[in-house]
Write a protein that binds this ligand. Structure first.
Ligand code: GDP
Ligand code: MG
Length: 480
């Protein structure tokens, strides 16, 4: 009898895993043989909801009462879930206990934002269903969750661009994005062919960084170089002190343009590549969290930009596009990618399907643009931690489906009607296509809610929306 196709894939991966172990990429061989490891990457731009997602996912895997759509949990196949020391000794540990305390304590609040990579190992004791389970007994599956900034992922596109190309693209976008005035003013006083002067470069680079922050704050996603936004311990170093420049006719030795070109290359070599080598290349399953409601609120151009960012991200997961990355991955690939719109608790459930449809349309578009034929992909709308309750109000004689929660700013209760998303995502995408400044048909509001005070029953994790469905897509198959 022929082997089922899936089995082939597994064996291939397995052989790879062993070779990679020998190459000291990290996973020990005995571990690979005895206990399977799933490396789940969690990414998304800053404030997309990574920290809340991981915290709630882990809490809901430990107490599985609210996870009916995770089949292994519903079937009772998961016998235990517990935290263990992570395999990587030099990566900061994800601060699960403090984040959970923040979200579920007596005075609930959102956790502090984090700005770099972190990791957590959750081990699950799983008893396969049916005959197999009674023969083999329970086995342990390790879920290694790796939290990393989406800003860093977008940097992959830089590896394919020369400094001249990147400069040209970045400068072309300045006009349609807010916050570029100061940088443009500096640029107009700069002669790229003149000799480099460090204080002038620092001022130019600071103005450029200020523009990137302003663009991010206005809802734009594609803001490279990613480390300019989240510098970690590289702040102030030359690799983070450059800016895009128009290419002059002559680029003499010692000129500003030459030095910027050199720093751009150093950024690729010293910042971008190590991240991909040490973290990205080892991921099996990936969730990309997206604040889609935030982008919709910001307008069509922010959504266009989000789609561009999704395209770039898919490009990173497509083997073959980038020669350097292909050689790094050698036969290994991410098997599943989920694009999840977070904070869906800002919408009444009557609109969830619409948000999902918008995400799916954006993803289809991004897949087409990235010419993507790799991992299984899915898009859905979730809330890792539900901070609202639903409420139907009467407004001018009409029922209005709202959500109610505690406002973050004032601590007061308020009901939010965010506006009605179109039933057909094409309506929205049409404005995106036209590069419209505003939505033609509607206006979308957003409010910021604080997490609600919870009384959790034994066996139940924090309340969420479709976190179980996300988990099923991401790693449910590995728990059966
Ligand atoms: N209402 C609601 N807000 C959320 C949810 N997840 C995240 N947020 C909001 O988004 C902010 C950023 O989330 P965080 O997980 O820190 O984002 P990170 O920067 O990607 O790690 C939080 O402070 C909350 O205000 C959610 O499930 N529901
Ligand atoms: Mg975080």
């Amino acid at each position: 009898m022929a082997q089922p196709a899936e089995e082939h894939v597994r064996i291939g991966d397995f052989a790879d895993e062993v070779t990679r172990g020998v190459e000291a990429i990290g996973s020990s061989i005995s571990e690979t043989f005895m206990e399977p490891v799933i490396r789940l990457g969690v990414t998304g731009l800053s404030r997309a909801g990574k920290t809340v997602f991981i915290t709630s996912l882990v809490a809901n895997l430990m107490e599985r009462g609210r996870m009916p759509q995770l089949r292994a949990a519903a079937a009772g196949a998961i016998q235990a879930a517990y935290l263990q020391p992570q395999p990587d000794d030099t990566v900061p540990r994800f601060d699960y206990e403090n984040h959970l305390q923040a979200l579920t304590g007596a005075n609930p609040h959102w956790p502090e934002s984090t700005r770099a990579v972190s990791e957590l190992r959750l081990s699950l004791r799983v008893r396969p269903a049916g005959l197999l389970g009674s023969v083999t007994g329970p086995r342990t599956v390790h879920l290694d969750i790796v939290d990393y900034p989406g800003e860093w992922l977008l940097d992959l596109s830089l590896l394919e661009k020369s400094y001249a190309e990147w400069s040209e693209e970045t400068l072309a976008r300045l006009d349609e994005r807010p916050g570029s005035e100061a940088f443009r003013a500096k640029l107009s006083q700069t002669n790229p062919a003149a000799e480099l002067e460090e204080p002038a470069v620092q001022a130019l680079s600071a103005a450029f960084t200020g523009y990137l922050h302003a663009a991010r704050a206005a809802g734009y996603s594609d803001c490279t170089p990613g480390r300019f936004l989240l510098p970690g311990d590289l702040a102030g170093s030359p690799v983070l002190t450059f800016a895009p420049l128009p290419k002059p006719g002559q680029t003499p030795r010692g000129s500003l343009w030459r030095e910027m070109d050199r720093r751009y290359e150093a950024y690729q070599r010293e910042v971008v590549k190590p991240f991909f080598r040490e973290h990205f290349a080892r991921i099996d399953r990936q969730v990309v969290l997206i604040d889609a409601l935030g982008a919709i609120h910001a307008g069509p151009r922010a959504v266009a930009d989000l789609r561009r960012a999704m395209t770039e991200i898919l490009g990173a997961f497509r083997p073959g596009r980038n020669a350097w990355l292909t050689s790094l991955l050698t036969g290994r690939r991410v098997e599943r990618i989920l694009f999840a719109a977070t904070k869906a608790d800002h919408l009444h459930h009557s609109q969830h399907a619409r948000l999902t449809a918008i995400m799916q349309a954006l993803m289809r578009d991004a897949r087409r643009r990235a010419d993507f034929a790799g991992a299984d992909t899915a898009a859905m709308a979730i809330a890792a931690l539900r901070a609202t309750v639903e409420e139907t109000r009467t407004h001018e004689g009409e029922p209005l489906d709202c959500v109610r929660g505690t406002l973050l700013e004032t601590g007061r209760q308020a009901a939010l009607y965010p506006g009605e998303l179109p039933e057909d995502p094409a309506v929205l995408l049409e404005d995106v296509q036209q590069n419209a400044e505003r939505w033609l048909e509607a206006d979308y509001n957003i409010m910021h809610f604080a997490p609600a005070r919870l009384t959790l029953r034994p066996g139940e994790g924090p309340p969420h929306i479709r976190l179980d469905k996300a988990a099923e897509f991401l790693f449910g198959d590995r728990l059966r």
